[in-house]
Design a protein around this ligand. Structure first.
Ligand SMILES: [Zn+2]
Ligand SMILES: [Zn+2]
Length: 259
């Protein structure tokens, strides 16, 4: 069985559990980001938003049981991404927490208090079949991003993209050696000039990013510019949004051209 056949049945579902933008009326909003990924072998909670009470409320409304979480992936040590961690661990201490090695000892100790297993990430690596970390990237703020391999190419999820969204995607693409199907998360472009934002959008298009879902700290101007450039391939993200890859158009240019 080749890779194409092996992965073609794998549909990923990403539910946005926390964002400062609203998508579903029933979900609350707050500054921060979190999403829950099903279908990649093991269930992953990416970041935990800024407020645990709000995160747990949204998860309940979105019918996500905290017991479903196999892996908690923390992108970087900013309160709007790790703020809900303690509340989640109180509900489920059986998950494995993947965090950048640079996290301070007090956070690691607080997780250890729950007897939850911690994996400290320095280099890129595999979390489970089809799920990878870029490893700690950046200098001022160290951050890891999540990569999910699917039949349609890889999905990259960022927290705030402090190391630079283009640099992260390039890194992910080089690691997985595959097309980039979708990039979602915060891109941190709130105070970036319009010309620089346009340059960044071109950079992502140049890397072949098919679907784009900027949210959280991306900034309204940048989101609008992404929307104009990506048109029907722009994914509006906010708390309560569910993205199912089976509803998104097939791309896989490299494999199609080979057959
Ligand atoms: Zn953030
Ligand atoms: Zn941040």
């Amino acid at each position: 069985m080749n890779d194409f056949e092996r992965f073609s049945s794998m549909d990923i579902e990403i539910t946005v559990t926390y964002d400062n933008n609203k998508y579903m009326q029933d979900c609350g909003t707050g500054w921060g980001f979190s999403c829950f990924i099903r279908g990649a072998g093991r269930s992953v909670l990416f970041d935990t938003g800024g407020d645990g009470t709000l995160l747990l409320k949204n998860m309940k409304r979105l019918r996500i049981d905290t017991k479903e979480i196999d892996i908690i992936f923390l992108s970087h040590n900013h309160e709007d991404h790790v703020g809900g961690l303690q509340d989640v661990l109180q509900k489920n201490n059986g998950s494995i927490v993947y965090l950048p090695q640079s996290f301070p000892a007090d956070i690691k100790n607080s997780i250890g208090h729950f007897r939850t297993k911690i994996v400290e990430v320095l280099e890129h690596g595999k979390l489970c079949k089809n799920v990878f970390t870029t490893g700690e990237l950046g200098t001022a703020v160290k951050e890891q991003s999540l990569i999910i391999r699917t039949a349609k190419g890889c999905i990259v999820i960022t927290g705030c993209a402090h190391p630079g969204i283009v640099s992260i995607v390039k890194h992910a693409k080089d690691l997985i050696m595959d097309d980039v199907f979708m990039v979602i998360g915060g891109y941190h472009l709130g105070s970036t000039s319009i010309s620089e934002i346009k340059h960044i959008i071109s950079g992502l298009q140049g890397l072949g990013v098919r679907y784009i879902g900027p949210c959280h700290c991306t900034g309204d101007t940048a989101r609008q510019l992404f929307r104009e450039r990506y048109r029907e391939n722009y994914i509006t993200i906010g708390a309560g949004r569910i993205i199912e890859t089976r509803h998104l158009t097939w791309m896989k240019r490299s494999r199609v051209s080979r057959s």
